[in-house]
Design a binder for this molecule. Structure first.
Ligand SMILES: C[S@@+](CC[C@H](N)C(=O)[O-])C[C@H]1O[C@@H](n2cnc3c(N)ncnc32)[C@H](O)[C@@H]1O
Length: 203
């Protein structure tokens, strides 16, 4: 991340602290741990929610995700402008992640293999969390995964939502070299046809 991004990140945080959730962008080790959860071999889209200044985007590209597969979803117009400058071959969609399905349908995107979320899920209201996750799992293919990091100790998805949306979550990486240290969680949706407790095939 260029150090020149810090003042921009901070000024956007001052405007909307709950929507930003963090004072500084994710560090390289966290970005790489998130990017590891996306499989380069697939051909379906990989979505990044809350792309900010693009630190995770850069790690996804370095991981081998083709730019044409990557779709960045960001509601802040200042960040969207920056992302378009930095990643001219990646699609950037300026929208609220609560309207994911509709916004992506307008671009002809109806499914995703993996969704990497940089959204500050824990500081978003319960109804927003619900809408974002419901929309995300409408787009994810049956073995698709929703990946989210948190600075907290527990799952960043509210337990009531895990039950309501039939999600199974597990921590897949602990990143101590981040400010603050973070945990990466991976969520899948149990198949309606399979017995409770059994998740769809891992992505
Ligand atoms: C903690 S920052 C993460 C930025 C970057 N992914 C990183 O890891 O450094 C959260 C980002 O989510 C965006 N965001 C928050 N709520 C959103 C929403 N409902 N829809 C789309 N983007 C949102 C913010 O504008 C901000 O860029």
């Amino acid at each position: 991340m260029p150090s020149s991004d810090l003042p921009l990140f901070l000024s956007q945080w001052l405007r909307a602290p709950l929507r930003m959730g963090a004072l500084v962008p994710s560090g390289g080790p966290l970005a790489r741990a998130l990017a590891l959860q996306a499989l380069p071999s697939r051909d379906r889209p990989v979505l990044e929610l809350g792309a900010g200044t693009g630190v995770v985007t850069r790690a996804l590209l370095a991981r081998g995700i083709a730019p044409q597969r990557l779709v960045l979803v960001e509601r802040d117009p200042v960040f969207c402008r920056l992302l378009r400058q930095r990643f001219p071959s990646v699609r950037v969609v300026q929208t609220d992640a609560r309207r994911l399905v509709q916004s992506l349908a307008a671009l002809g995107i109806h499914e995703a293999a993996t969704i990497i979320s940089g959204l500050p899920l824990l500081s978003l209201p319960f109804t927003t969390q619900h809408q974002v996750l419901r929309q995300s799992f409408r787009l994810l293919v049956p073995n698709g995964t929703f990946v989210q990091f948190t600075y907290g100790l527990a799952s960043p998805v509210h337990p009531a939502l895990l039950r309501r949306l039939q999600l199974t979550g597990r921590p897949v990486a602990r990143v101590l070299l981040n400010l603050p240290p973070a945990v990466v969680w991976r969520y899948t949706q149990r198949d309606a046809a399979s017995p409770p407790g059994e998740s769809r095939a891992a992505a």
